[in-house]
Ligand binder design. Structure first.
Ligand code: NAP
Ligand code: MG
Length: 451
């Protein structure tokens, strides 16, 4: 799809034309490097056959700057090496609007069918987007829709590179957060209560009988109350997704709640995890040489800070929300986080943890040079290709994914990086490059691995 379809309204078309005109200059200056890249790629193609894929990946395209990066990654780094097979779904907001969001549902169903998807960041519409894209409706977050269909848990882990030191000096290996994405305070009911009121929890059973329990007698003061819930089925899915992911990564998994205080609610999480582990995973964990470890949330926080990393930390919804931001920041940046949604029946959807980087996109549209970090999107592709390779038994594809990640890290560790990392890196000979230059530098190193 070209940019004209992405935007609507005359002024946006004009903006598009202006930007493409001024972009000509930068494209022209890149011709030389493209030319040598093309020559190199041709030479490489003569030497080796492109890596073959057995089963297609589900490809979910997205919006704004990440959509631009998406195409660059495919053109520069993937298609010259891999005979890429994908089933393509355009989740860009224009196409979601055209299909009344059907494309999002279709892409999630295709993910269930094929088992592995890679997703570009997408716009979740708000009031400003309604007029910008002339939307029929304020479509829901595609991530929310996909998550609900796949019944998944989101795993996020930082990508470590030399020169960007975690704020916690003991952290040597990544800490992966597994966040339960259903219920608790995110699906709550709250009320402001007047002095003199009495608040009770009341449950009507299927036989019509009632169970009541006093929350508080507000005799002396106004106050607030909140009702929250979760489901055994959702907690069980969460537990299985965590245990499967730990086996997949061959890493220990920690889980923590506040079961000493919340003796029914949080305790239920602890019990479900424990039952499922004992029945279904204990022997698999023993065989893999990994551990499941439960502790109180405050103890977990203290242990995490003292640890050297290298494990998965499963968190209830709110804990995961807060702790994943803490982990991302303490390790460096959201543009250096991998993110994968794993369903209990082993379906994987890889994505970047950040958004569509709107501010950079508007610069790009104006023809200005951008320096947007593509690492998280690159790792979404490498993660998906590796998983496809594992499931299909195609080791060349797994090796390619490995090489792509190595070339990316090597580029940054040799001092070539985008603006966001340039601000963080302690390397002495660091150099800030544009979005496209960075990918061309990664390609140089990747090409050397296949030379
Ligand atoms: P964002 O796209 O993550 O960007 C926020 C800021 O973080 C950017 O302006 C930029 O800072 C920095 N940043 C994020 N990713 C970067 C990267 N790859 N390279 C360099 N800098 C990066 O969040 P947003 O601006 O709040 O949201 C934009 C759109 O993304 C929204 O429409 C939202 O709905 C959508 N969104 C999608 C997803 C998803 O699909 N997974 C997730 C979150 C948000 P500077 O401007 O200071 O350079
Ligand atoms: Mg948060």
């Amino acid at each position: 799809m070209n940019q004209c379809e992405v935007v609507s309204g005359q002024w946006l078309v004009i903006r598009f034309l202006t930007s493409h005109f001024s972009l000509l200059t930068s494209h022209f200056s890149l011709l030389t490097s493209h030319f040598s890249l093309k020559e190199k790629t041709e030479r490489m193609k003569e030497k080796m056959q492109k890596i073959q894929m057995k089963t297609p990946l589900v490809e979910m395209d997205g919006d704004e700057m990440t959509r631009i990066i998406w195409k660059m990654i495919k053109d520069i780094l993937i298609c010259p090496y891999v005979d890429l097979k994908t089933e393509y779904y355009d989740l860009g907001l224009v196409h979601r609007n055209e299909t009344n969001d059907k494309v999002t549902f279709d892409s999630a169903e295709a993910t269930k069918k094929y088992g592995v998807a890679v997703k570009c960041a997408t716009i979740t519409p708000n009031a400003a987007r309604m007029s910008e894209y002339d939307l029929k409706e304020m479509w829901k977050s595609p991530n929310g829709t996909i998550r609900a269909i796949l019944d998944g848990t989101v795993f996020r882990a930082p990508i470590l590179v030399k020169g960007i030191t975690p704020y916690i000096p003991t952290w040597k290996k990544p800490i992966c957060i597994a966040r339960h994405a259903y219920g608790d305070v995110y699906k709550n009911t709250e009320m402001v209560v007047q002095k003199g009121a009495k608040a009770e929890l009341c449950v009507t059973n299927p036989d019509g009988s009632e169970q009541r329990s006093l929350i508080h007698d507000f005799a002396g003061s106004d106050g607030i109350i909140q009702g929250i819930h979760n489901l055994d089925s959702s907690i069980s899915s969460f537990a299985r997704a965590c245990f499967n992911y730990a086996l997949d990564q061959k890493q220990d998994i920690w889980f923590a709640t506040k079961d000493t205080i919340s003796k029914k609610y949080d305790h239920r999480f602890k019990d479900i995890f424990n039952e499922i582990f004992e029945k279904e995973y204990k022997s698999k964990f023993e065989a893999a040489g990994i551990e499941y470890f439960y502790t109180l949330i405050d103890d977990a926080v203290a242990r995490v800070i003292r640890s050297e990393g290298g494990y998965i930390w499963a968190c209830k919804n709110y804990d995961g929300d807060v702790m994943s931001d803490m982990i991302a920041t303490a390790f460096g940046s959201l543009a250096m986080m991998t993110s994968v949604l794993v369903s209990p029946d082993g379906v994987y959807e890889y994505e970047a943890a950040h958004g569509t980087v709107q501010r950079h996109y508007y610069k790009h549209l104006k023809g200005e040079e951008t320096s947007t970090n593509s690492v998280a999107t690159l790792f979404a592709w490498s993660g998906a290709l590796r998983k496809r390779g594992e499931l299909d038994g195609t080791p060349d594809l797994c090796q390619y994914a490995e090489n792509l990640e190595k070339a990316t890290i090597q580029t940054i560790e040799e001092g070539i990086m985008t603006g966001d990392l340039y601000l963080l890196s302690s390397l002495e000979n660091k150099k800030k490059v544009s979005t496209q230059q960075f990918l061309l530098e990664v390609e140089k190193r990747l090409a050397a691995m296949y030379a």
